[in-house]
Design a protein around this ligand. Structure first.
Ligand SMILES: N[C@@H](CCC[C@H](N)C(=O)O)C(=O)O
Length: 280
């Protein structure tokens, strides 16, 4: 099975571009291939597949083998891959995911015909407690209390197709993500588990964010997490609607557009190497 290693701000993926459907035992394959010692090593396994309703279809499996509904960094990688490899040579394309069809605009360096940045319409955020999902039934999940081991956190719940709990802290950069991330990911308030973002407001337009991803662990960046963070920052009155989110692996621009209620994410994607997986 031929693959290409790609990443979006260090959130890295094994991308398999040429299959008609995902292989049998795909969940175990994701675990094996994402293993950083016995496999290729990645945060996720991504398939670029044919679609009946869009230009291509993406499926993403976390390093623990679970399938995610959406992935912001992977969708930018998929868009760059299909353009740069002449699979879909369009500057605007549609990518089908489990969370719906996403509209993507490519920023091309015209002298080299190479994608420099990718802008994705990530759709409208889902804010109701039931749909995120959380065990709360409120229409908005803002500053709700979550208690673990006697410690109280306030979180804002947002789904970008996948669930996120955004927690504002004094110093995200030095926050103990490894200690609290897994406990919050699996807290009974979140029936499908959750991705967790620890965020510090730097100004009206800038945020620091660290992430603990559902089914993966701490990663260098999370696109849907940055989108959820942008939305949560507006809902809590912390920032404007157009922000730069500083992640361990780099920056993402997130705009929650007031007119159409959609979230737009812009950032880089990179191809690193290609290889052949011998385990299938
Ligand atoms: N890294 C991704 C999100 C990948 C899926 C996530 N771990 C989940 O289970 O929801 C991103 O860039 O959005």
């Amino acid at each position: 099975m031929e693959f290409t290693k790609m990443h979006g701000l260090g959130n890295d993926f094994v991308v398999v571009p040429h299959l008609k459907d995902v292989p049998k035992k795909v969940n175990q394959l994701a675990i094996d291939i994402c293993d950083r010692h016995f496999g290729v090593g990645a945060d996720g396994l991504v398939f670029i597949l044919p679609s009946d309703s869009a230009d291509v279809r993406m499926r993403i499996f976390n390093a623990d083998g679970s399938e995610a509904e959406q992935c912001g960094n992977a969708i930018r990688c998929v868009a760059k891959y299909v353009y740069d490899h002449d699979i879909v040579k369009k500057e605007q394309l549609r990518i089908e995911t489990l969370a719906g069809i996403q509209f993507v605009k490519l920023h091309i360096e015209s002298n080299e015909d190479i994608v420099s940045k990718v802008e994705v319409d990530m759709g409208e955020p889902i804010l109701s407690g039931e749909l995120i999902p959380t065990t709360f039934e409120d229409d908005l999940i803002v500053d709700k209390t979550l208690e673990i081991d006697g410690v109280k956190f306030k979180f804002t719940g947002v789904s970008m197709g996948n669930p996120h709990a955004v927690i504002f802290v004094d110093d995200a950069i030095n926050f103990d993500v490894e200690k609290w991330g897994p406990k919050i990911e699996t807290h009974p308030l979140f029936p499908k588990k959750t991705n967790v973002e620890f965020v510090t407001v730097k100004s009206d337009t800038e945020l620091d964010m660290r992430v603990w991803e559902r089914g993966v662990g701490q990663t260098l960046a999370c696109g849907t997490g940055a989108c959820a963070t942008g939305v949560a920052s507006v809902l809590t009155g912390n920032t404007s609607r157009d922000v730069t989110v500083h992640l361990k692996g780099g920056d993402l621009r997130i705009v929650w557009n007031e007119k159409d209620n959609k979230v737009y994410m812009t950032g880089e994607a990179k191809e690193v190497f290609t290889g052949k997986w011998l385990g299938v």
